[in-house]
Design a protein around this ligand. Structure first.
Ligand code: FAD
Length: 317
């Protein structure tokens, strides 16, 4: 079922979460171990992130370095199929521009359609670690909106290099990313908002936000979206702080702000267990506030660790 249908049918705020595929070489059981304890809270859908290839340098026998393309976390599509098969829950694969030509994207979408997947979260994708900025794949897309247009075309039965009337239209419900604290590359919120609006005009039916730790940022973002004529559901993306290092890493990686009350409370902790307690408590309060604010779904970034999300779900759902 489509994410927007789940939201429409819901009588209360829904619970969902996002998973990362395991590191290459680790089995799928680690995914099931993350999902199993969270199933009692009836997630209507589970997201699975997509990770493009990166480069590593390997030393050859002659001493020269060889650049090798390498994917650390393969398996997104298969994990989605496994989730649907095992738990009878909708899986939402993330689909990215980076690393795909348009042809490869089309083939991937056909496979997702044949698997019975009804939703995709369409993203540009992060830059490769070795690249200073996002570099589009030759023959691929530069922005999420271009990729979105390709999915919308398939939803209208328009395939690449095909003419005639035999094509079967897909029926994907398309989600996109939104940034309550602005995407780091956008010169200002107004520009970022204009591109977000473009994604909705091209067919995005729901928005999932970047993580934030101050609910006011989400509330203001929703207001701004509505004022700009963006009327699709806006799902807050949430993460619990679980280690002191995240006070530095999360702002650096995700370009988000951590409120001083939270950072001071974390800094005062003596042990990792105390940090986790503070992080989970903060997110429980955030979750309560977001339910009051009318968020349609609370979407938790598990990052491969179910425990904090489990504690929050127990307190909230
Ligand atoms: P876009 O919407 O393309 O925007 C990127 C930037 O370009 C923005 O600054 C925007 O303002 C600007 N822009 C947009 N359109 C245009 C245009 N036509 N001309 C000029 N500027 C434009 N990354 C992954 O690699 N895998 C994942 O699975 C993944 N999942 C994510 C899930 C969520 C909920 C979120 C919030 C992010 C996720 N990301 C993921 C990270 C995401 O790919 C990065 O944040 C990326 O830098 C931007 O992606 P986007 O889809 O928002 O890009």
């Amino acid at each position: 079922m489509k994410v927007v249908e789940h939201i429409k049918n819901a009588k209360k705020t829904l619970f969902s979460f996002e998973l990362l595929p395991p590191l290459k070489g680790k089995g799928i059981q680690s995914i099931f171990d993350t999902i199993d304890p969270l199933m009692e809270f009836n997630p209507p859908f589970i997201d699975v992130t997509y990770h493009r290839e990166d480069f590593i340098y390997k030393q050859r026998e002659n001493g020269l370095l060889e650049k090798v393309a390498y994917r650390k976390r393969p398996g997104t599509v298969a994990i989605c199929a496994a989730i649907m098969h095992r738990y009878k829950v909708d899986a939402v694969p993330h689909l990215i521009c980076g690393g795909f030509t348009k042809e490869e994207t089309e083939n991937a979408l056909i496979e997702l359609d044949f698997l019975g997947i009804d939703n995709v979260l369409v993203l540009r994708g992060d830059a490769r670690k070795a690249d200073p900025n996002f570099i589009p794949t030759p023959g691929g897309h530069a922005y999420a909106s271009e990729l979105l247009k390709q999915v919308s075309d398939l939803n209208n039965g328009v395939y690449m290099h095909e003419e005639g009337e035999h094509a079967t239209a897909t029926n994907f419900c398309i989600g996109v990313a939104g940034y309550p604290e602005k995407h780091f590359e956008a010169p200002n919120m107004k520009t970022d908002m204009a591109y977000l609006k473009k994604k909705v005009e091209l067919g995005a039916e729901f928005i999932v936000t970047q993580m934030f730790f101050d609910n006011q940022k989400y509330i203001d973002f929703v207001k701004l979206c509505r004022a700009n004529g963006i009327n699709v559901p806006i799902i807050p993306g949430l993460k619990a702080i679980t280690g002191k290092k995240q006070l530095i890493n999360l702002p650096k990686i995700f370009n988000i702000d951590i409120p001083s009350d939270l950072s001071e409370a974390v800094n005062q902790c003596k042990t990792d267990i105390d940090v986790k307690k503070v992080g989970v408590e903060w997110l429980i309060n955030q979750s309560k506030g977001l339910i009051e604010a009318g968020a349609p779904v609370l979407h938790y970034y598990t990052m491969g660790n179910a425990e904090p999300t489990l504690q929050i779900a127990k307190a909230i759902f």
